[in-house]
Design a protein around this ligand. Structure first.
Ligand code: ZN
Length: 131
């Protein structure tokens, strides 16, 4: 559990670097990968061309892939300042699906800590797969 707490703290810190001048909704994210002690963080980065915005969860996953390559994500932490904490958007769920299993834990946190944990399979039971 200590690694999850560290991921929460890292995600909360990353949230402070979010570039959210349009929504004013700052989000921090972190992913933990099987067999890797590192925490990969991300924050939302918005753009005047709204379609170019990226969420914190996807930002963290891009960080993970850029630094170490693909891996199996065991934990995702999402930090917002709202209560109850936000869940990942549908676009992020599809990106998480690429590297997750149904048992991957999604930890939803506010600024105080993790308030709810659900499995990826609960949030997106039938992700799109290319077969
Ligand atoms: Zn998203």
């Amino acid at each position: 559990m200590e690694e999850i707490q560290q991921a929460f703290l890292a995600a909360r810190d990353a949230r402070l670097r979010a570039h959210a001048p349009y929504s004013h909704f700052q989000v921090g994210g972190a992913v933990l990968v099987a067999g890797d002690a590192r925490v990969f963080v991300g924050c939302n980065v918005e753009n005047a061309s709204y379609g170019a915005c990226i969420c914190a969860e996807r930002s963290a996953i891009m960080h993970m892939v850029s630094v170490r390559g693909v891996g199996v994500i065991e934990h995702v932490v999402v930090v917002t300042a709202v209560s109850p904490p936000s869940v990942p958007c549908a676009l992020c769920l599809q990106v998480i699906a690429e590297f997750a299993t149904p048992k991957t834990q999604i930890h939803l946190a506010d600024l105080e800590g993790i308030k709810r944990t659900v499995t990826f399979g609960e949030l997106l039971p039938e992700p799109f797969v290319l077969v």
